[in-house]
Design a binder for this molecule. Sequence first.
Ligand code: COA
Length: 163
Amino acid sequence: MSEITIRTVETADLDRCFEIETVSYSGDEAATKSKIQKRIKTYPEGFIVLENSLEIIGFINSGATHKVLLSDEEFKELIGHDPEGEHVVILSVVVHPLYQGKGFAGKLLEKFISMMKTSSKTDIFLICQTDLIPMYQKYGFHHLGLSTSDHGGMSWHEMSLSL
Ligand SMILES: CC(C)(COP(=O)(O)OP(=O)(O)OC[C@H]1O[C@@H](n2cnc3c(N)ncnc32)[C@H](O)[C@@H]1OP(=O)(O)O)[C@@H](O)C(=O)NCCC(=O)NCCS
């Protein structure tokens, strides 16, 4: 495995992040380029990218809030986001298909969790599909139950990790 680094996102990363989002998520599930641009601009502290010597491989982005409502579609555009919010909501965890199954999502999650601890956030929330519940449990998340979110026309589970 070539050396990898994880760092906070930069404006110039937009095209590659959008490419990864588009090839990795199916249909309506993928965020648009303008949503990703807004996440980079509005909350770079909650947006990390993992790269090797050639390119960005995957990323995690998020928003912060004082009040968590995981079915809120507007939050995906960071409407309601407040950088001072004590709760963090992960919006995307994604690894380019060419690099999946090599532990990169795990590395991103570990780094993200430790960064959020350092910035004094109290917990991290996300929604995921059934097959990914064990992956998030491995990193300490608890299953809260089915979400009322129908994001992308699918059903979702809510999970949280107390920091
Ligand atoms: C989900 C995703 C981020 C995983 O990335 P990855 O780098 O392949 O994951 P890792 O190799 O770090 O795997 C971490 C653990 O999760 C498990 N896992 C990964 N993808 C899985 C899947 N689709 N179903 C079940 N388990 C999965 C792995 O087996 C591994 O467990 P192990 O350590 O016990 O073997 C990647 O498949 C992806 O980008 N998918 C499309 C976008 C997406 O659905 N993101 C999740 C949004 S909630």
